[in-house]
Design a protein around this ligand. Sequence first.
Ligand code: PLP
Length: 403
Amino acid sequence: MRHYLDHAATTPMHPAALDAMTRQLTVVGNASSLHTSGRAARRVVEESRESIAAALGCRPSEVVFTSGGTESDNLALRGTYASRRDADPRRTRLLVSEVEHHAVLDCAEFLVQHEGAEITWLACDADGRVAPETVRAAILADPGSAALVSVMWANNEVGTVQDIPGIAAMAHELGIPLHTDAVQAFGHVPMDLAAADVELAAVTAHKLGGPVGVGALVVKRDHTLVPLSHGGGQERQVRSGTLDVAGIRGFAVAVEQAMLDRETESIRLAALRDRLVGGAMALGLGIVPGGEWVAGDVTGRLPGSAHLLVPGCEGDSLLYLLDAAGIECSTGSACQAGVPQPSHVLLAMGLTQEQARGALRLSLGRTSTEDDVQAVLSALPAAVERARRAAGTSDTAPTVGAA
Ligand SMILES: Cc1ncc(COP(=O)(O)O)c(C=O)c1O
């Protein structure tokens, strides 16, 4: 039997979303066509837009459909960088948190290499959280050069939830637009864009029970973006391309389900997460949680996010050993030229390279059960022992600093 604990990578589609999407796939119609089938497709898109906007707390006209989180992040950064610099050529500075996903990090680096941008890194604390004061100080260092602030709502590795309303208030007061990558947050923690006045927010369907390949960028009405794709002028001229009507319908139904279930699911998942983290710590293997872990907490950390630091191991070895035991999870870190790199998120949180190496991300979702948790706890001792032998550290006393 397989145990899937990688819901932060992608989570199974909700049956209601799958049903709505597959039905829609049987219907022809381009939402830009003027005939009856086209108008019917347009209606599906606009109704979906309305329900996604209601869940986000924004206006329907502010939802720009994209192919997912990566495209939304790229559109937010590149589109805003271009519009802000067009308005004032001194605005070349991107203020980016150190714990962002690569969709933001690599896009910012692209702008440095090709468009003359500079990056001011926003440091985080030991839990991966960026203080609004840090954002304020970074803007005030040279307000005239600041193009955009980018801080994610919730982290994809350690699950830390940021104080986006606080950061947004700070950025607003100083007149600098804020983008938030809300890919991991949407549907999992309370998010209200009406209250947190951000200019831009990236979301994606496949992290909350919708299909892969569809997402949205929320763009505040008065925010100007230079488009990345040019053509038919769909989506307020910001994102040309024929709309994926069935995918958008699946996205909307998944969002509706996620909103209905969010409160009860978050309590259920946090309880499973806590048994997983507490149980792993009690194995006597020196395992500690990565990031802030407060039992029962459903707002400071994503309810389904468990992250373990296993001393004396390579995360990748553990991942393959657990996979062989039927457990599917991830390390959260990237590979460069086939060599596993310690996670930039853990390094930003102050862990050493050594401590960051034995990282395991175990993420829970709608289909997770107590059985999954027990399977991990049963498989960990043997997997850790073998991974330590492979790393030649089985004789050393396992120690990991406070995470
Ligand atoms: C925080 C974050 N941002 C962006 C993305 C990219 O989203 P997508 O897979 O929809 O392109 C991911 C996916 O892992 C993510 O976790």
